[in-house]
Design a protein around this ligand. Structure first.
Ligand code: OAD
Length: 237
């Protein structure tokens, strides 16, 4: 199927890519739902909701601080690099990610639409000032803003809306691309997963790259089973 996928890539004029935790798995970042996945060990409602933060900001920040330390120690893998190279050589290319780890940017992707925010951004819960804070570990947990209020991670939690501009850009790309590549996502979290049928309905060819089937594999014209860090470099070679 790789030659067929390469053919589709060469015929595409507008390419959009949606990535999930699987693209960072080979870097050593745990996924959420697979073996060793974060949501197999931790309960999202205790760590990734506004209610959890209101109840125990220290616990929530300790968990994010642990994840930040883990991510700071790893490097982008050949899958991230292949997507950065694809952006360089494609006339119209949109990278949409559900990941908060910043590895696409570190691999050289220039324009990344982050649907779920960034683990390296922090936002004041009172004055809403948003900044980048990449100190690892954080010197104070929970961290505080200059105005004295608590600062929260700049990520999207369960029950929160996606950042409007990022979502609009993602929707536009899904509806106007002719090739939509879905990499390393379980396609279970909405609205991000809705981009896949949206692109298909608008007439795009869909390639899915994943270790296993997902609920939306049936929408894909081509399903490439295996590791993103091995398949993506082959596609662009
Ligand atoms: P999941 O953990 O749900 O799914 C990861 C997917 O990657 C699975 O389908 C795996 O089969 C696949 N996978 C694992 N290793 C892979 C590899 N080396 N190459 C290719 N595929 C691989 O992660 P997401 O779909 O990203 O949201 O999860 C979506 C959202 O749920 C996350 O952004 C996060 C989480 O709750 C928020 O925190 C808001």
């Amino acid at each position: 199927m790789i030659p067929q996928a390469k053919q589709w890539l060469s015929e595409a004029r507008r390419i959009a890519v949606l990535t999930g935790a699987g693209v960072s798995a080979e870097s050593g970042v745990p996924t959420f739902r697979g073996p060793g996945g974060l949501w197999r060990t931790y309960r999202p409602e205790e760590l990734a909701t506004q209610g959890a933060f209101a109840r125990d900001p220290k616990l929530v920040w300790e968990w994010y601080d642990w994840r930040r330390s883990l991510i700071a120690r790893v490097d982008p893998n050949p899958g991230h690099s292949a997507l950065a190279a694809l952006e360089d050589r494609s006339p119209e290319f949109t990278l949409i990610t559900q990941n908060v780890d910043g590895l696409h940017e570190r691999a050289g992707s220039r324009r990344v639409h982050r649907l779920h925010g960034s683990i390296w951004r922090v936002r004041c819960t009172e004055c809403c000032a948003e900044t980048t804070d990449d100190r690892v570990p954080l010197p104070e947990i929970p961290p505080r803003c200059g105005c004295g209020a608590l600062v929260r991670p700049g990520v999207v939690w369960f029950g929160e809306p996606l950042p409007a501009t990022e979502w609009m850009a993602a929707e536009r790309a899904a509806k106007t691309c002719d090739l939509f590549i879905v990499v390393g996502t379980s396609a279970q979290v909405y609205p991000a997963a809705a981009l896949i049928p949206m692109a298909a309905q608008a007439g795009a060819r869909i390639i899915e790259i994943n270790m296993e089937d997902t609920p939306l594999s049936g929408v894909a014209g081509l399903s490439l089973r295996g590791k993103a860090g091995e398949i993506l470099p082959q596609l662009i070679s």
